[in-house]
Design a protein around this ligand. Structure first.
Ligand SMILES: [Zn+2]
Ligand SMILES: [Zn+2]
Length: 255
């Protein structure tokens, strides 16, 4: 199993996870055209896309989903709360998912995990293949719960949000209400919260960590690297961070 970010940040998020000849998409916060261009750049054929999963209704995650899935004629999985908010409940390609109810697609199992975020029924995902390799994707949450920490244990790879630096956020360009939202328990993880999460789920099998959903206005990538290098016990240059406008490298879990 391997994965690649097709872009990450407040202007759009999408991650491809591939196992053998199937690929699943986690979120599509890009237009169909932009998303398909990125899929092609990742070296994945459109016919290999088996399904899409949507974490929540915010446009940086859900914008391109229906157009893309109608074009490819593949199902998209989202919670009832997300579907109701997006008016998808009568859509023939929508599949309802619930927290803790594992879905099997293309030799992979996808477990939805409830997270605290200011959306209607937000979920994040832990994906596992038949070989037991486990990938945790976690973004758009304002705080950590014991349940989240428990759910993301024993992952071999993590793609986790390091959204903001609290003092940059407080002194940054956002209006006070938006600042409070981002910093709040239903907002986004700060760099320190991200490091705390990694510290709590770390185990010897954790091989790859990538930091994503990094704010362009309220964060500094050097700061992210410094803070995560401490918990990852590596050099700041070795901390992998996702880009808004660039694909990441493929990360393989079987190496
Ligand atoms: Zn987001
Ligand atoms: Zn969000």
């Amino acid at each position: 199993m391997k994965y690649i970010s097709l872009g990450s940040g407040s202007r759009g998020n999408a991650t491809l996870v591939r196992y053998q000849s199937d690929a699943i998409l986690i979120d599509s916060g890009f237009s169909r055209k932009a998303l398909l261009q990125r899929v092609e750049r990742a070296g994945v054929e459109q016919r290999e896309l088996a399904a899409a999963f949507v974490t929540h209704e915010h446009s940086d995650h859900a914008k391109g989903i229906t157009s893309l899935c109608e074009h490819l004629n593949i199902p998209f999985y989202a919670s009832f709360g997300t579907a109701r908010k997006m008016e998808w409940t009568n859509h023939s390609l929508w599949r309802c998912i619930r927290a803790e109810q594992v879905i099997e697609v293309g030799g992979m199992t996808v477990m939805p995990v409830v997270v605290p975020h200011d959306a209607h029924e937000p979920l994040q995902f832990v994906i596992q293949n038949a070989d037991g390799h486990r990938l945790g994707i976690l973004s758009d949450l304002g705080s950590l719960t014991p349940h989240i920490v428990e759910s993301y244990k024993h992952c071999h790879a993590l793609q986790v949000e390091a959204n903001h630096d609290p003092s940059m956020l407080q002194n940054g360009p956002y209006p006070p209400s938006l600042r409070a939202r981002v910093a709040g328990a239903y907002g986004h993880l700060s760099n320190e919260q991200c490091a705390d999460f990694i510290r709590r789920v770390r185990w010897p099998g954790l091989r790859h960590v990538t930091a994503g959903h990094i704010s362009e206005k309220n964060n500094d990538r050097n700061l992210v690297a410094q803070i995560l290098a401490v918990v990852l016990e590596c050099h700041p240059n070795e901390v992998t961070m996702l880009e808004q406008d660039e694909l990441s490298a493929w990360v393989s879990l079987s190496d």
